[in-house]
Design a protein around this ligand. Structure first.
Ligand code: GLY
Ligand code: MN
Ligand code: MN
Length: 465
């Protein structure tokens, strides 16, 4: 087995987790189940993120048990010549400890018989809550087996604790090995975006009919040829008005000269996601109105990037974005100041929401919308109440997370203009998003996805070539 990350890195993470659950704790981490797609065909297998983070093992049918004394035990599929002929190589429990740097390994068939013994004498059993169907019931079953033998001297853990808490905190700050993988994933994805842009312009120049799936195929080709296992999420390739559908998926829409194309796509590499959006003119040249809106979104992204640094709040980039977008919407006449008032009014009443209805970013890591709390843990009790200007709902605000070096987030402002009364026709059906991946540093942030440009002139230049 070739681990893309040294086994010592996983061992370090397990040791850190063992310290967090305390000397008498025990943590149970199942990997993901295989998922049937339809008869006799499974979805491409992907291990569970928490499980992979702690041991790097990619086979299905496996569990990891970590005890507070720092010992790690793997349960995995046993060697089986016949099954391996059909399904492929299995590492097996005999080879697993040395290969993965674990203390012990057993066949998965022994899970139910071994688990009660591993739980006996522990004060708390930790497992990821609400992540695996039926997990709570299985844990209850093992605990009942320990309880059934208390008259013979067993000691059943008194607490069940959510392992997501400590693991999410660990995963939120990416170590050097994770950052290196994410840089590479973003670089590969950037190459895919460039290819898609160039193909669109070339096919239109040659008079060919371009469809969204042609561009999707370029992305996939580039991802896979550089060793990415799969896209990190369903690629969005949205031509023209489709760009105003936030969760549109690459389909068969015609990509027409004169329209914009929005591509939100990123590869997954060795368990880590990238998440890039670019919006470009199908034929390689922005029209006046397209350019005006694009420059506005880009300026709002620049404002967000400028405030993304250690010590800032997670919400600072969003607030910076909104300020620029709101002013631009007033300046371009998409919002009528006679109706919506001043910049301050637009922000307070969320009048921009008609055109910008999502947040400016999210954590990025093994999962595209990665784990990690968005509230600052040290200030969790500082609540304030307000009424939402649009819905009238009562919202409880808590201080947003303070950014630390090594946190990774996306910065992805956008504007989506659906035809509506009072909205200038020249902007109708334009959807724009620009999304980059940023590693927080002490002085600012490192944009790891800029292998594909964002400036109008640079996009037009690369689509000419
Ligand atoms: N691609 C998903 C997102 O941008 O959040
Ligand atoms: Mn995103
Ligand atoms: Mn995205």
């Amino acid at each position: 087995m070739n681990l893309p990350t040294p086994a010592s890195v996983f061992a370090q993470r397990r040791a850190q987790l063992a310290a967090l659950i305390g000397p008498k704790g025990v943590a149970l981490i199942p990997t993901a189940p295989e998922q049937q797609r339809n008869r006799d065909a499974d979805f491409l297998y992907r291990p569970d993120s928490y499980f992979y983070y702690l041991c790097g093992f990619t086979e299905p049918q496996a569990w990891l048990v970590i005890t507070g004394d720092g010992k790690s035990t793997l349960f995995c599929a046993p060697k089986d010549v016949e099954r391996e002929i059909w399904d492929g190589y299995r590492l097996g429990p005999a080879a697993a400890p040395a290969e993965l740097g674990l203390d012990a390994a057993y066949s998965i068939a022994e899970l139910d018989t071994q688990l009660p013994g591993l739980l006996d004498g522990r004060d708390a059993v930790w497992y990821p809550f609400a992540t695996h169907k039926g997990l709570e019931t299985r844990v209850d079953g093992w605990l009942n087996k320990v309880r059934a033998r208390v008259r013979y001297g067993t000691l059943c853990p008194e607490q069940q604790r959510d392992l997501c808490g400590p693991l999410d905190e660990m995963r939120l700050v990416k170590d050097a090995s994770e950052q290196a993988t994410m840089r590479r994933a973003a670089q590969i994805s950037a190459g895919g975006h460039i290819r898609a842009m160039q193909l669109s312009a070339r096919m239109l120049r040659e008079g060919q009919a371009v469809r969204e799936y042609h561009l999707d195929a370029e992305l996939l080709h580039e991802f896979r040829r550089h060793g990415s296992q799969a896209p990190a999420y369903g690629s969005i390739v949205a031509a023209g008005a489709n760009a105003c559908v936030l969760h549109y998926r690459a389909d068969a829409g015609l990509v027409q000269s004169g329209e914009l194309v929005l591509i939100d796509a990123g590869c997954e590499l060795d368990g880590y996601a990238s998440d890039i959006t670019r919006t470009f003119p199908a034929n390689g040249t922005f029209s006046g109105p397209q350019r005006a809106l694009y420059e506005l979104v880009l300026a709002s992204q620049e404002a967000a990037i400028a405030v993304t640094k250690a010590g800032a709040r997670f919400t600072d980039p969003h607030e910076a974005t909104v300020k620029v977008l709101a002013q631009g919407l007033l300046d371009l006449g998409l919002l009528d100041k006679n109706k919506v008032g001043t910049l301050q009014d637009v922000i307070e009443k969320r009048a921009y929401f008609q055109f910008y209805m999502h947040r400016t970013g999210h954590w990025l890591g093994m999962d595209v919308h990665d784990c990690g709390g968005y509230i600052e843990p040290s200030e969790i009790g500082q609540t304030s109440e307000r009424k939402d200007a649009l819905t009238g709902e009562t919202i409880i605000d808590r201080p947003a997370r303070i950014l630390q070096p090594g946190m990774v987030l996306t910065i992805e402002p956008g504007l989506y203009v659906r035809p509506a009364e009072g909205v200038p026709a020249q902007f109708h059906n334009i959807g724009i998003r620009i999304e980059d991946d940023a590693i927080v540093t002490t002085t600012g942030c490192e944009l790891i996805s800029r292998g594909v440009p964002v400036a109008v002139a640079e996009i037009e230049a690369l689509m000419r070539g």
